[in-house]
Design a binder for this molecule. Structure first.
Ligand code: URA
Length: 432
């Protein structure tokens, strides 16, 4: 191991056998954390080329169980987001593309840090379970064309251990390590094709479009080496997506979007990602044809009905979906008002995400218990003109003591200027 650390530290390429000995030794416990930490830091500074990254992905993917979806007919298209604030896309996109005929076998994660997780959002629906056996998962997809579940403990154990170590050794934001982490999980889940939403901005891992393009290139390269089609969509995360941040609040906004009454940015993103999924899934020949199909599924109610079918199949109370006021709410709410007059030129997604965590919507540690009703509903977004003391957002929590801590982050999130800011597009680039 010492020789391999030194080899990478000196900027040399590691062979597949060498990478395999590191990963296998780490997973089995034979190689200690301190040596793997040194190796990760060497990778962080010296990087890995596309062959090394593809080899690492393959080794990580095979470190645990592989899900075989071959008994499900059709092209299985998965979707992944590198994570953001207010990103409830899966809740809209999964039923939408399932209604169009793409089988959706979705393994999702939980929120950690300032970003939310699909599983926590789904669990804010009374009775709904995301725990299922592999047989139940496949059975649900066969019956309903859709299932959303938590990640199996045996799936890519190498990523679980590596990610936990990267998190505490300052080695998360390396493009090869991120690409292999994401792709090993997507490939182990049995996807034939993948659409990746790479977020850029203050609330995201990638801070610049250049870095996001590099990550996209790396991910697409891994896909092509593994015979999988991948489309990467680079999207802005300089402000939260939609208006709602927090689990039940985001479910409500997703229901509105599935009914055609959602926020413009969330709807636009779902149509962009969904149309790529339909083309990859061979449901549509072109993206514009796919967009028309998706819009019809929204206006006819088919996408909303598919969401209800998903909730019912996973034990959730469907009356909550018909009456979103039955979703968990909070005992207390407070408005957050503008301190100045002018245009909102910054609405920092990271700070808004941290404010929502302080209100109880997220986890500060893995063991934290989530308050499903807690969160923030924004009233204004970047480019809006506001008066002094005008309400910018409403904050929700079941603990009155949380508001002060959340307000400190709200104060950091906003920048109000005299000049109207240049509005940046949400969809920055699609690369395939
Ligand atoms: N998401 C992942 O799954 N892995 C990373 O390394 C970063 C984002």
């Amino acid at each position: 191991m010492v020789e391999l650390i030194i080899k990478k530290r000196n900027g040399l390429e590691l062979s597949k056998e060498e990478l395999k000995s590191i990963i296998d030794g780490f997973v089995s416990g034979d190689i200690p954390d301190y040596q793997v930490s040194a190796f990760l830091m060497a990778v962080f500074f010296e990087g890995m080329n596309s062959d090394e990254t593809a080899n690492l992905t393959d080794i990580m993917m095979r470190s645990g169980e592989l899900i075989d979806l071959s008994e499900i007919k059709g092209v299985k298209v998965d979707k992944h987001s590198t994570g953001g604030v207010g990103d409830k896309t899966t809740l809209v996109l999964a039923p939408l593309v399932a209604a169009a005929g793409v089988p959706v076998a979705k393994m999702s994660g939980r929120g950690l840090g300032h970003t939310g997780g699909t599983l926590d959002k789904m669990e804010s629906i009374k009775g709904l379970s995301v725990d299922m056996t592999r047989e139940e998962f496949i059975d649900n997809i066969k019956k309903h064309n859709i299932a959303v579940c938590g990640q199996n403990a045996n799936l890519v154990p190498a990523d679980k251990k590596l990610y936990a170590l990267r998190d505490v050794t300052g080695t998360v934001d390396n493009i090869s390590l991120i690409a292999s982490s994401i792709m090993s999980k997507k490939l182990a889940c049995g996807a034939d094709a993948i659409v990746i939403d790479i977020k850029v901005g203050q609330g995201a891992f990638m801070k610049t479009v250049k870095d996001a393009e590099e990550l996209a290139g790396m991910i697409i390269g891994i896909g092509s080496k593994m015979n999988r089609k991948v489309i990467a969509v680079i999207t802005s995360m300089s402000e939260p997506l939609g208006f709602a941040i927090g689990n039940a609040l985001e479910v409500k906004e997703s229901i509105d979007t599935l009914k055609g009454n959602g926020p413009q940015d969330l709807t636009e993103l779902c149509l962009e990602l969904g149309s790529n999924m339909l083309v990859l899934g061979k449901i549509a020949k072109t993206k514009s044809e796919a967009v028309e199909i998706l819009k019809k599924l929204i206006s006819s109610g088919a996408a909303f009905n598919k969401f209800k079918e998903l909730v019912k199949a996973q034990g959730g109370d469907v009356s909550v979906i018909d009456n979103p006021e039955l979703l968990p709410d909070t005992q207390f709410s407070e408005t957050y008002k503008s301190k100045n007059e002018g245009y909102i030129s910054e609405l920092n997604a990271l700070d808004i995400g941290l404010a929502s965590v302080k209100l109880g919507a997220g986890r500060e540690t893995k063991a934290s218990i989530i308050d499903y009703g807690a969160g923030i509903v924004l009233k204004k977004k970047i480019g809006d003109y506001v008066n002094k003391d005008e309400v910018l957002a409403t904050l929700y929590s079941n603990d009155q003591l949380n508001f002060q801590k959340a307000n400190e982050f709200m104060d950091l999130a906003y920048k109000i200027t005299k000049e109207k800011p240049l509005l940046k597009p949400l969809i920055l680039k699609t690369i395939s």
